[in-house]
Design a protein around this ligand. Sequence first.
Ligand SMILES: NC(=O)c1ccc[n+]([C@@H]2O[C@H](COP(=O)([O-])OP(=O)(O)OC[C@H]3O[C@@H](n4cnc5c(N)ncnc54)[C@H](O)[C@@H]3O)[C@@H](O)[C@H]2O)c1
Ligand SMILES: O=c1ccn([C@@H]2O[C@H](COP(=O)(O)OP(=O)(O)O[C@H]3O[C@H](CO)[C@@H](O)[C@H](O)[C@H]3O)[C@@H](O)[C@H]2O)c(=O)[nH]1
Length: 328
Amino acid sequence: MKVLVTGGAGYIGSHVVEMLVEKGYEVVVFDNLSAGHRSAVHKDATLVVGDLLNKGDLEKLFAAHQFEGILHFASHILVGESMEKPFKYFNDNMAAIWNVLEFATANGVKRFILSSTAALFDDPERIPISEDEPLKPGSVYGETKYMAERTLMWMDRIYGLRYCALRYFNACGAHPNGHIGEDHHPESHLIPITLQVALGQRDSLAIYGSDYDTPDGTCVRDYVHVLDLAEAHILALEALGNGPSRVYNLGSGTGYSVKEVVEVARQVTGHAIPTVETERRPGDLPRLIADSTRIKRELGWAPEFDNLHVIIETAWNWHQKHPNGFEE
Ligand SMILES: NC(=O)c1ccc[n+]([C@@H]2O[C@H](COP(=O)([O-])OP(=O)(O)OC[C@H]3O[C@@H](n4cnc5c(N)ncnc54)[C@H](O)[C@@H]3O)[C@@H](O)[C@H]2O)c1
Ligand SMILES: O=c1ccn([C@@H]2O[C@H](COP(=O)(O)OP(=O)(O)O[C@H]3O[C@H](CO)[C@@H](O)[C@H](O)[C@H]3O)[C@@H](O)[C@H]2O)c(=O)[nH]1
């Protein structure tokens, strides 16, 4: 099966591409390399450098390839930034998905997987959070994913495009082979920043808010390994071949506070990791933990990395081998 992976040179996309290639899919990555890395793309995948905001680039892409499925990762990804630059998120994230869907539907693509998010659940009524929880984005970033999910509902109704929205909680970890891992510039995510402090690349970690209504006052998140996410994409892609559209919440089901993450990182790395408690970051939610019962029951998803210690070990392995990320 030939599939298009937008944003496949990025963190999560590159791990999914590697798994797709290993499973025998023909993979075309489309990425503008604004945040992704050429060397993150598996050698057996075809990399097309282009921009989803440029319809001319998409015209050429769809003229050259007939895709059976699309996995759409490309997006601006930062909750905090989306509250400071809302129009960047509304304009680019929506144009990106609307453009790719325009070409997908015109070219008869029938399967589409969206990288959605836990940021859809501001102030959830029940934790862990299942798919029955009302959708209430707590940031402009989350709102763009909500709008993307709504758009897909219309694509299904109008064109019969079968989609799966995978709402990842906090993606983390690296491929145990040590070749690919997380490398954002600037880095904003908790685990890589914590490991950069352990490596001596930063003096300390700023803890954004210690007055949340959580056991130790810091935000609680559900950290799910990037290879477990990759596995879910493959299962979803297969399921869309003979089933309806669907949405799944994807997490490990366990919540860790910022302070707990730092403590596990201290144990894994053997380094002190100084912290400084600072103001809350706009758009952050106190507690996000997934209930992933539905995807386990319907698709047989069985996450392999259910231990934060092991997850951080895979990330530490990557950061130690590649202290400057993909820039050797
Ligand atoms: N990292 C997480 O914890 C997390 C959690 C929930 C959802 N998500 C979603 O998962 C997806 C992937 O996240 P990531 O952490 O791998 O991000 P990333 O920034 O590493 O990857 C995104 C990729 O998209 C590319 N891209 C961006 N805009 C583009 C455009 N206009 N045209 C072509 N390519 C473009 C970038 O160059 C990059 O390679 C995103 O949609 C994100 O919102 C991430
Ligand atoms: O230097 C830092 C970085 C983060 N945090 C905290 O650590 C937690 C996790 O933050 P981060 O790693 O930035 O992830 P999130 O903001 O939870 O967002 C991620 O997870 C979301 C889903 O939950 C995705 O949608 C986003 O794309 C992805 O960036 C949050 O409470 C932050 O306030 C700090 O205290 N200090």
